[in-house]
Design a protein around this ligand. Structure first.
Ligand code: ASP
Ligand code: MG
Length: 465
């Protein structure tokens, strides 16, 4: 019997109509004899709303937080009623909202928001949406049961905000779901959240529902994992920038990871890791067009003629450039830089180092930029080796991704020519030795122009194999 794990993003859980449609996609497969595990995200916008509630409560603005909780209450209870949720289903949602209000009040009284309590607060998004999916499935004749990540066996480490599954999770998950399968009940497992061995709720990082789905898929030896979207699979670039962007039929695990890392909002960057090990395919499917195959992600590498499959952009980034003649030969500088950044949980998007070692440039997201800069300035304040630390704002990182680039000649030349022909100057360049990507940093204002030119230079408006 086929087993498919299906993940639904926030937009596909965003309204009564959207949830009904998502549930119908599940019901179609279940009625055709496929076993399905459903992984819903929070309703659209709810995770951000919860983060805001947490932050305002910490600052003492309790009225604002309470007003927002009332809005969440109204939205979820009205949706539950419209979906025909049972009395007990509605009570469950009501109780959850009360528990949220109490948690937020605790933050307000203490004026303290730890990573642990932040995870607890954001977890309500998925814990509130899973019963809605269940209600809709039941209405469509599919018996369903909702579980939190923890209840489903998603055991994680205690890195709150960015937790990772522990090996034991892969044994626990099949055991926890087995009973439901035997009774032909469809499990609905909250995306995004797990639990430590002490029972504290953790989250897997933003967009983590993808990761939940692939961890479940690997643990259950699923036939495939499907992530449903409101767009056509994975595209060669953001179609809002380039209307000629094409759907990609196939990507390797490495390619989609690279794309996610470089800002294509397609998938949690680690989501394919559990699948890779077992060779389980992932499909990015379009909810608007369910018969369309979408994008198949597997271990196969099927390069396009020009080597490149996609152009991505990470906007609003900062460059931090650490320089000084004394850095030459001082090997410990690099390790100090990365220790400082790791301590702050800052994700480095791009690195480049001149071979003389007289400077090291790194690119980080704007949200991390200032605190990374301050920490590095502090670290090297007394240093004889580091002379200057420069900071550039309004940077964007453009990357081209594709396995076909490996060993191919002229790819970099084509990329730089395309950018140069637009009169755009390049601030920084980097290519990993995997040769899966070449990335460059430019001034953010030229992003759209550069992406368009590069997309065209590699012939991505008309794909050739
Ligand atoms: N709700 C979480 C987020 O918005 C997880 C997800 O949507 O995948 O990040
Ligand atoms: Mg979301």
């Amino acid at each position: 019997m086929d087993l498919i794990v299906m993940k639904f993003g926030g937009t596909l859980m965003g309204s009564v109509e959207a949830i009904k449609h998502s549930a119908s996609l599940v019901a179609t497969s279940v009625k055709a004899g496929t076993r399905v595990v459903v992984v819903p995200s929070a309703m659209s916008g709810v995770t951000d709303q919860l983060l805001k509630i947490a932050a305002t409560a910490e600052r003492g603005e309790i009225e604002f937080a309470q007003d927002e909780i009332s809005l969440l209450k109204k939205r979820h209870l009205e949706t539950a009623a419209a979906l025909g949720a049972s009395e007990s289903g509605q009570q469950k949602i009501q109780a959850m909202l009360e528990s949220l209000a109490q948690t937020v009040n605790g933050i307000y009284l203490l004026r303290e928001l730890s990573k642990r309590s932040k995870d607890l607060i954001v977890s309500f998004g998925e814990r509130l949406s899973a019963p809605l999916m269940c209600a809709s499935l039941e209405q469509q004749g599919v018996s369903a049961f909702d579980l939190t990540g923890g209840q489903a066996g998603m055991l994680t480490n205690n890195n709150f905000g960015n937790a990772r599954p522990l090996p034991e999770a892969f044994n626990r998950i099949p055991k926890r779901l087995e009973g439901l399968f035997q009774q032909n009940v469809t499990p609905v497992v909250t995306g995004f959240i797990g639990e430590t061995d002490k029972g504290a709720i953790t989250t897997l990082g933003r967009g983590g529902s993808d990761y939940t789905a692939t961890i479940l898929g690997a643990a259950l030896n699923a036939t495939e994992v499907w992530t449903w979207k409101d767009v056509d699979g994975v595209m060669t670039t953001d179609p809002r920038i380039v209307p000629e962007a094409q759907n990609l039929e196939q990507l390797s695990y490495a390619e989609i990871m690279e794309m996610a890392y470089f800002g294509a909002k397609v998938l949690h960057p680690l989501a394919v890791v559990p699948l890779h090990e077992k060779g389980i395919p992932l499909r990015v499917k379009s909810a608007a067009d369910p018969s369309f195959a979408g994008t198949l992600v597997s271990s196969e590498s099927r390069p396009l003629k020009n080597g490149v499959k996609a152009v991505t952009a990470v906007r609003n980034a900062n460059i931090i450039d650490i320089g000084g003649a004394g850095m030459v030969g001082a090997a410990n500088i690099t390790s100090q830089i990365f220790d400082v950044l790791a301590g702050l949980d800052v994700n480095v998007i791009m690195i480049s180092q001149s071979s003389s070692m007289a400077n090291i440039s790194i690119v980080v997201q704007q949200a991390d930029g200032k605190r990374a800069l301050e920490a590095l300035q502090k670290q090297f304040a007394e240093s004889d080796s580091v002379g200057t630390i420069e900071f550039w704002e309004a940077i964007s990182v453009i990357a081209i991704v594709g396995e076909g680039m490996r060993g191919a000649r002229g790819v970099a030349a084509k990329l730089f020519t395309a950018v140069a022909n637009e009169g755009i100057s390049i601030d920084m360049i980097s290519q990993g030795s995997s040769e899966l990507n070449i990335s460059l940093a430019i001034d953010d204002e030229h992003t759209v122009q550069a992406v368009k030119a590069i997309h065209k230079a590699f012939g991505l408006e008309k794909l050739e194999i």
